[in-house]
Design a protein around this ligand. Structure first.
Ligand code: CA
Length: 233
């Protein structure tokens, strides 16, 4: 990931075609010390992400050109970056969680600027934590599953699985305690840095994405409790 740690301002790309919302969000994030760039449609969002290499993307779902889901896919395909998706309704969030589009967090409109900045800060804390060098083994091997922590790469049976930053953090978390059931609330607190349990659906969506990429057999659901990683074949 981004190796420059230090004085340079964190960059946020805000993708929103409703000008009032875009400018309100941008003003608040700038007041918090972020460098903010705006994009108002799908194609220019993808182009801006490529050019400015943001640390976080705040991404509205409904956009001209192509929608936020497609923007999220294209941005993540080029370079993993935390994405906070803005949705119009709670049921739209449910739909997107079900689709496992690769966003790291969701916020339903209307939202307070305080809530938005809290979510952006939480995403950055997680990203910097996962980028920080740690005194831990560089590789985790569980059966045919191989996790290279230093390079943030995952292989199963020799084939590489391309995970989003959040999916990777979640997998490492489960892999450090194999065959141990981790409650969704705990995963939410440890991986996402959330203190309350209001976002456990977010955990489910990322588990779904992980299963699709590394094989459904590896992650066991303990109904009503949480998830456990089984060892690969
Ligand atoms: Ca919009």
């Amino acid at each position: 990931m981004d190796g420059t740690v230090g004085s340079s301002a964190r960059r946020v790309l805000v993708v929103e075609d409703e000008r009032t919302i875009a400018e309100t969000v941008a003003a608040r994030l700038r007041a918090e010390g972020f460098e903010v760039r705006l994009a108002g449609d799908g194609p220019s969002a993808v182009e801006a992400a490529r050019r400015i290499q943001p640390d976080v993307v705040v991404l509205d779902v409904m956009l001209p050109g192509f929608d936020g889901l497609e923007v999220c896919r294209r941005i993540q395909a080029e370079r993993p970056v935390p994405v906070l998706m803005l949705t119009a309704r709670d049921d739209e969030t449910d739909l997107l969680v079900g689709l496992a589009v690769g966003a790291d967090d969701y916020l339903t409109k209307p939202f307070s600027m305080r809530e938005l900045t809290a979510r952006v800060h939480a995403l950055l804390r997680r990203a910097s934590r996962s980028a920080a060098p740690a005194a831990e083994p560089e590789m985790l091997r569980l059966g045919d599953l191989e996790i290279n922590i230093a390079e943030r790469r995952v292989h199963r049976a020799g084939a590489e699985a391309h995970l989003t930053p959040t999916e990777f953090d979640l997998l490492v978390h489960l892999a450090r305690r194999p065959r141990t059931v981790l409650p969704r609330e705990r995963l939410l607190a440890d991986v996402w840095g959330w203190a309350d349990a209001s976002g456990t659906r977010t955990v489910d969506s990322h588990i779904k994405g992980l299963r699709r990429k590394i094989g459904a057999d590896l992650i066991r659901t303990v109904h009503g409790v949480g998830y456990a990683l089984e060892t690969g074949r």
